[in-house]
Design a binder for this molecule. Structure first.
Ligand code: RFL
Ligand code: PHB
Length: 389
């Protein structure tokens, strides 16, 4: 087979890139290791930045998002029983949208199916060959049969555990990592959200987040230790712990019910440099990971897709290689700012196992400062709604 862009990974990065390229008449083939049902079964991001909203519109896949998504003009931050609101719109002129990654991915799959663009599921043993030449090709297997795609470019959109990043030789690649000594235990429940806005909460028992998908679907997280297992947490124990970490007046309003999903995610900050090697370009979780505090993972994947998409369009439409040549540098400049924000917000809101009383006082003093200081709130709001591309 032959195509212009071989896209490894059928998660949100790969599908969004494929759809944007399709709109500009650029062909691609998407290779996905799992099934569509598996990809759609992963409960992940919930908050979309304006940049991603605009890309969804440009890709022609925003109809349901614009109808069913919830615009949020602010979020709540609590520490103990204290709580204040960060007003995004007042500080930045922009808002965010609550619309689940599952729905984004579902809309992108529907568009791919409608356009007839090729996508192969259950692929195994994907190998990216000759990426440092002008004639790269990808080999893989489906149901034991070997296949080959010759292409102009390869987009590595295969997440943190994919093969694309590993294709870049170790003497070229540099990795930066911070692993946090805790995880997030998350549940999804068919109950009304405790508040119509998100609550990021810290307390002496650790971090908690009250989020949502719609009026009758809530998403809650609590910081947990890494040796815990989701199945050891009963729903009752989860609700009890959550109530102890959010302000008492919010806890009184919390509607509890059976969980329909429960899982633990570790927290990590990770960046690989460069994000381009020859004709291979890394996008999204394949190149970087942020801790979920601040909701930046999917949104940063989208900003990579934006730069790569524009670079590829310029190449095919005008012959200019400027956009693809500067891809790694441009994408990384934004990635590092987002890494800083996610690291800062995580450091502010979690209880660290080796933390001293002094460290805790510093966190609370910073929260009190943030509560009272307009400039600090503006800086935070600018990061939360998404830095410009
Ligand atoms: P994905 O979603 O991991 O998709 C990669 C796809 O590649 C496939 N794959 C392969 N395919 C072919 N060959 C191979 N060798 C392959 N290896 C892997 C995989 O099966 C998969 O389908 O990466 P992508 O597209 O870059 O998207 C990144 C986002 O999924 C991720 O950043 C976010 O989910 C992170 N995240 C959040 N981001 C936000 O912007 N806002 C949020 O509110 C938010 N909340 C979260 C999150 C992530 C979480 N977890 C569980 C990690 C909350 C949680 C709990
Ligand atoms: C979510 O709803 O899953 C969510 C929201 C905000 C975050 C992280 C996750 O910062």
């Amino acid at each position: 087979m032959k195509t212009q862009v071989a896209i490894i990974g059928g998660g949100p990065s790969g599908l969004l890139l494929a759809q944007l390229l399709h709109k500009r008449g650029i062909e691609s083939i998407v290779l996905e290791r799992k099934t569509k049902a598996y990809v759609l079964g992963r409960i992940r991001a919930g908050v979309l930045e304006r940049g991603l909203l605009e890309l969804m519109r440009e890709a022609g896949v925003s109809a349901r998002m614009d109808k069913e998504g919830y615009v949020h003009h602010g979020a709540l931050i609590s520490y103990g029983d204290e709580m204040f609101r960060l007003n995004f719109t007042e500080h930045t002129g922009h808002a965010v949208m609550v619309y689940g990654q599952t729905e984004v991915t579902r809309d992108l799959y529907a568009a791919r199916e409608q356009s007839g663009g090729p996508i192969e599921f259950n692929v195994e043993n994907v190998v990216i060959n000759d990426a440092d030449t002008d004639a790269p090709f990808v080999t893989y297997e489906v149901a034991g049969e070997s296949r080959r795609i010759d292409c102009d470019f390869v987009a590595g959109c295969d997440g943190f555990h994919g093969v694309s990043r590993q294709t870049i030789p170790p003497d070229v690649r540099r990795e930066y990592e911070k692993v946090y000594p805790f995880g997030w235990l998350g549940i999804l429940s068919e109950t009304p959200p405790v508040n119509h806005e998100l609550i990021y909460a810290t307390s002496d028992r650790g971090f908690a987040l009250c989020s949502m998908r719609n009026e009758n679907l809530s998403r809650y997280y609590i910081q947990c230790s890494l040796d815990e297992k989701a199945e050891d947490w009963t729903d009752e124990a989860f609700w009890d712990e959550l109530k102890r970490r959010i302000p008492a007046d919010q806890a009184r309003n919390l509607v509890t019910g059976p969980s329909i999903e429960k899982s633990i995610a570790p927290l990590r900050s990770f960046v690989t440099e460069p994000m381009r090697w020859g004709r291979l370009f890394l996008c999204g979780d394949a190149a970087h990971i942020v801790p979920p505090t601040g909701a930046k993972g999917l949104n940063t994947a989208a900003s990579d897709v934006n730069y790569l998409y524009r670079g590829l369009c310029a190449f095919y439409e005008t012959g200019s290689t400027d956009g693809i040549d500067s891809y790694s540098q441009t994408a990384l400049a934004r990635v590092w700012k987002v890494e800083r924000f996610s690291w800062w917000f995580s450091s502010l809101m979690h209880q660290f196992p080796d933390q001293t009383d002094f460290d805790r006082k510093m966190q609370w003093a910073e929260l009190e400062f943030l509560r009272a200081n307009d400039a600090a709130q503006q800086a935070m709001a600018e990061n939360y709604v998404g830095l410009p591309y």
